[in-house]
Design a protein around this ligand. Structure first.
Ligand code: HEC
Length: 105
């Protein structure tokens, strides 16, 4: 029996664990998503300049980040898909997440 079957069997037998199970799943997905976006930024945003350009920025204005990231995508059309651009903008507009891709000086 594989992992998925085991989980389904457990949920059938103990339906009350479902909410807890879903919470864990959502948290894991968020965590994985944030990690991916961080990695994506480190991979794609250092072609033309270092991370310092992004890390020196003090604003957490989501609209400013959206505009800036879209301007970067204009410089290089294949840089990011629309979904990636939104994820990257939201990530960089969050001071804690932004700090996670900026090495402390
Ligand atoms: C194709 C080259 C290129 C890529 C790739 C690139 N940038 Fe830039 N970036 C620039 C240039 C050129 C400037 C200076 C001119 C400007 O601000 O538009 C700049 C400036 C910036 C600034 C300063 C803007 C300001 O007004 O202070 C930030 C922040 C920034 N980039 C973030 C990013 C992020 C985040 C990514 C990845 C999504 C990225 N860049 C990818 C070329 C690039």
């Amino acid at each position: 029996m594989n992992m998925t079957e085991k989980v389904i069997q457990t949920l059938r037998r103990r339906p009350h664990v479902m909410p807890a199970f879903l919470t864990v799943l959502v948290l894991l997905a968020c965590f994985a998503g944030a990690q991916d976006t961080g990695a994506l930024i480190l991979e794609r945003c250092q072609d033309c300049h270092e991370m310092d350009k992004s890390c020196l920025v003090q604003t957490s204005d989501a609209q400013w980040w959206q505009t800036t990231v879209l301007r970067m995508a204009e410089y290089k059309s294949e840089l990011l898909t629309a979904d990636e651009a939104s994820a990257v903008s939201a990530f960089l507009a969050d001071p804690q997440k932004r700090a996670s891709v900026c090495t402390p000086k």
